[in-house]
Design a protein around this ligand. Structure first.
Ligand code: ZN
Length: 359
């Protein structure tokens, strides 16, 4: 009897609006009091190897420079260089205004795969683009997803008809930054057990299945066969090769493929939830990791710096649909930070000005 009346007193105190709310609304600021280091600037000058600027031929680069200087970004690698005239005009704009601060990567036009001599023609175009100022090649995820040959068949990432392109990149000693597939969760059932549920609900176009176009493992397998086949070409696997949440697997891949390095664009939230495992990985593969961010939102770099540099605990990530969990810092030592921020990129990407960086 006493128990019952106690319950009656309690129940009305919580209205149904307070006891039920949607996942996005529930976002309580942490009450944890611990040291916090909100970094707006990297400790060392850095090179962002994964950036996209779509109007570089005509844009006023000084606008970018202002934001870059605030972040301590010394060199921005624009992966959206296109090819032909567009690429040349982007490279010329850089040469005229900020020759040391920007790098462009070329892209491949996949129209006509299957026509006789397509591969040789594409390789020749790449050679021209490099002569005109490109310092790398970026392959977008449309290869594997939507690129079709002249017969309407999906072109696989490891399609041998593309081999002349990878071979040419190796000869020219330029890296190939390649993004294949998307997070595996995009293929998984859209239910309460999917960690990317919020992203898929807010971006329904990202949901895939085994027929759209193929299972995740198929695409990733194609990418790995490409890496293994072209050992004289350096590949930068974008987004940690979509294994940022399984660093043991990624370690095995890097051990098997010495021509591959990785960058962590858009996946820092995976590293920030496993600071101990990630620190071990960064220590072991300190020569194989490059700094990349992907989307150009200057305020968001703060999360990257904080995960890499500090020992901060339980701090927020900037996008709930990537991570509804909190971040922890890895507190990487200076010699490793320097490699991640610039030394590895200086080794892998040609024509970067080393004098912009400390020893
Ligand atoms: Zn990208």
């Amino acid at each position: 009897m006493i128990k019952y009346s106690f319950l009656l007193l309690l129940l009305p105190a919580v209205s149904s609006a307070q006891s039920k709310m949607d996942f996005e609304t529930y976002n309580p600021p942490s009450t944890l009091v611990v040291p916090a280091h909100k970094l707006t600037k990297a400790k060392f000058p850095f090179i962002d190897v994964h950036n996209h600027q779509y109007s570089m031929p005509d844009m006023d680069l000084s606008r970018l420079i202002k934001d870059m200087d605030q972040l301590n970004m010394k060199i921005m690698v624009n992966l959206s260089g296109s090819s032909g005239d567009q690429l040349k005009r982007a490279a010329d704009n850089i040469k005229t205004h900020y020759p040391k601060r920007f790098i462009v990567f070329a892209n491949i036009n996949f129209d006509g795969v299957g026509a006789p001599g397509w591969g040789e023609k594409a390789a020749k175009q790449l050679e021209t683009d490099v002569r005109n100022g490109a310092n790398g090649l970026k392959i977008f995820k449309n290869l594997g997803f939507s690129v079709k040959d002249i017969n309407g068949k999906r072109v696989t990432v490891d399609d041998p008809r593309l081999d002349p392109v990878w071979k040419k990149a190796g000869e020219l000693k330029i890296p190939v930054l390649i993004h294949t597939a998307d997070p595996k969760s995009f293929w998984d059932p859209l239910d309460a057990s999917n960690e990317r549920w919020l992203e898929l609900v807010t971006h329904p176009g990202r949901k895939r299945d085994a027929t759209n176009p193929v299972p995740w493992d198929t695409l990733i397998g194609e990418q790995h066969r490409l890496f293994l086949k072209h050992k004289n070409t350096t590949f930068i696997a974008a987004h940690f090769g979509w294994y940022p949440n399984d660093l043991e697997k990624l370690s095995a891949l890097l051990d098997a493929m010495p021509n591959v390095v990785v960058e962590f664009g858009a996946v820092i939230a995976e590293l920030g939830r496993q600071p101990h495992t990630a620190k071990k990985f960064f220590t072991r593969y300190q020569d194989r990791i490059l700094f990349g961010k992907d989307s150009w939102v200057p305020e968001e770099y703060a999360t990257y710096f904080r995960v890499l540099e500090t020992a901060d605990e339980y701090f927020p990530y900037h996008k709930k649909y990537h991570a509804f969990w909190a971040m922890y810092g890895m507190e990487l030592p200076d010699p490793i930070l320097k490699k991640i921020y610039y030394k590895n990129a200086l080794r892998i990407i040609p024509n970067l000005d080393k004098t912009l960086f400390p020893e």
